[in-house]
Write a protein that binds this ligand. Structure first.
Ligand code: MD3
Ligand code: FE
Length: 217
């Protein structure tokens, strides 16, 4: 979105049954959230993780909370400890959990108790291929995501990989809530372009809040 132009989008955009964008929902907290990302990354640095297929994630990741999603050549899982530092992941900052609960509430999902935040950092060219989030051992609670910095083209399909894919642009300050039937929908992020954002330069950050029930060390 061009700077100095008002954000004329409605305050909620329904993508699908159970999937809602809340444009600008976290804009007032954006600098606070960027500071939280910096603090988490000071203890648990962003890193590009290996994938079971022999590749590398193009987005750099870290996280906080009781457990964080990781991948390596053996597969995907949630761990209580950071494999890089061998320390427990940084604690979930109360503001993050509160904002997640509020976004979920605004989308109609009560009682969201996020215990994990995955932080994704996209540089120009970074992408996330079409996938489902299903390593949580639990899908009655929604997923809430916050976008910061550069805009990105978000793609979502349906319950099957072959379902038609639609796109929406996620901007700095937007929250997205995925619950109910949309919780297991395929989704991804198209390769980031080269524009800049005044707060993050050529980077985009995404914070994804979830409730995870299945955790290893
Ligand atoms: C739809 N992250 O971390 S956030 C992820 O922008 C992930 O970094 C993207 O997909 C990003 O797994 C997209 C929006 C999002 C997050 C979770 C979802 C959409 C979702 C879970 C189910 C369906
Ligand atoms: Fe995902």
């Amino acid at each position: 979105m061009a700077l100095l132009l008002p954000d004329t989008r409605p305050s909620r955009m329904m993508l699908d049954d159970g999937a809602l964008v809340l444009p600008g929902f976290i804009t007032p907290e954006a600098t606070h959230l960027l500071r939280i990302i910096e603090q988490v990354a000071a203890f648990a640095p962003f890193r590009q993780m290996a994938t079971p297929g022999g590749g590398t994630m193009s987005a750099a990741m870290t996280g906080c909370g009781a457990a964080v999603w990781v991948t390596d050549h053996t597969g995907y899982r949630y761990t209580s400890h950071d494999p890089l530092t061998r320390e427990p992941w940084p604690a979930m900052p109360p503001l993050l959990a509160e904002l997640g609960e509020q976004a979920a509430q605004a989308a109609g999902f009560t009682g969201f108790t996020p215990n994990t935040a995955l932080l994704n950092r996209y540089a120009p060219g970074s992408r996330m291929g079409l996938h489902q989030d299903r390593d949580e051992g639990e899908c009655s609670q929604p997923v809430v995501s916050f976008s910061l910095g550069r805009s990105a083209i978000f793609q979502w399909g349906g319950a099957r990989r072959t379902d038609p894919v639609r796109t929406v642009i996620l901007h700095h300050g937007d929250a997205v809530v995925w619950g109910g039937p949309a919780r297991l929908f395929f989704h991804g992020i198209k390769p980031l372009g080269h524009e800049t954002h005044p707060l993050t330069g050529d980077l985009r950050y995404n914070i994804t809040l979830r409730y995870v029930a299945r955790t290893t060390h």
